[in-house]
Design a protein around this ligand. Sequence first.
Ligand SMILES: *Cc1c(COP(=O)(O)O)cnc(C)c1O
Length: 349
Amino acid sequence: MPLEVLQQAAAEMSNWQDSGMGVMEMSHRGREFISIYEQTEADLRELLAVPANFETLFMQGGGIAENAIVPLNLCRGATVDFVVSGSWSQKSLKEAARYATTHVAASTEAEGHLHFPAAAGWNLSSKPAYVHVCTNETIHGVECHTLPDLKALGCEAPLVIDFSSHVLSRPVDWSRVGLAFGGAQKNIGPAGVTLVVVREDLLGHALSVCPSAFDYALVAKNDSMYNTPPTYGIYMAGLTFQWLKRQGGVAEMERRNIAKAQLLYDFLDQSALYENRVAKADRSRMNVPFFLRDESLNDAFLAGAKARGLLQLKGHKSVGGMRASIYNAIPLAGVQALVDYLREFEQKA
Ligand SMILES: *Cc1c(COP(=O)(O)O)cnc(C)c1O
């Protein structure tokens, strides 16, 4: 989280803008919270340049709930296609199979998810309800840098993207997307809010078993207040959106994220101790997994990092090694501090 955002939230914790109450004490239907909600939604739409024919929904349940909510709303009894490029798309596939017939259009599982499969090689089914892609595989550190153009592949289906872990790190080409979803906790704010941006014409086709609170059409019709929304999380997201606007918006964040990622990958690539195994063209700008070639040094590496205030560098348990998550809120100086430590540790090792 940007420090400025945390400090502003702390200052307003018990008395938001002289209202005499903190945000978590407000009624979600009251004038004060409605003004927070409207500003937050407007800022999100501006930052991501969301076209007028898309709805922006603030839901709950996280990305994992969306793995069920998307097929419940969009499958319409048809086959759903998946590109399996890492753990998260694998999870999405498994969950969707409970509600829809699934088809794997491409998979990098056999090679351990070290690149993003090029769209030209996808084996799409004949008339899928939608095609699911995780555009940033948080665990494997694989990013889809150019969204596929399904129409150019002869497929009329909408593209569904899970952009949980790189939302707002770069612009989105909405002409190629039908629905995007993402939990807030990686790049926006506290856990508890799930963003869904969905093209209007995809609403209103939920399966009858779909829970009402998860029916996009109902959520949209009620301005995300069909049930009580995660009000405090929405407020925190709103503070982050305003911070992003002050930084220069998503184009500026993308510029910084490219510079941050390059600094780190360039160092890893020239090192004799560390390595990142992902194909260069598909490396994530947000999540940088890396390994020490001598894994017996892992504990000493992490202890030394912690002593310098470089936290949470241990890799995901399913892949091991290390992972630096350099989300929007991490400045270039933060990545530089990591690189300085990596260099020093390598010299001593
Ligand atoms: C973290 C993450 C999720 C899961 O989010 P939850 O909020 O835990 O449900 C889904 N997809 C991606 C790409 C993620 O990084």
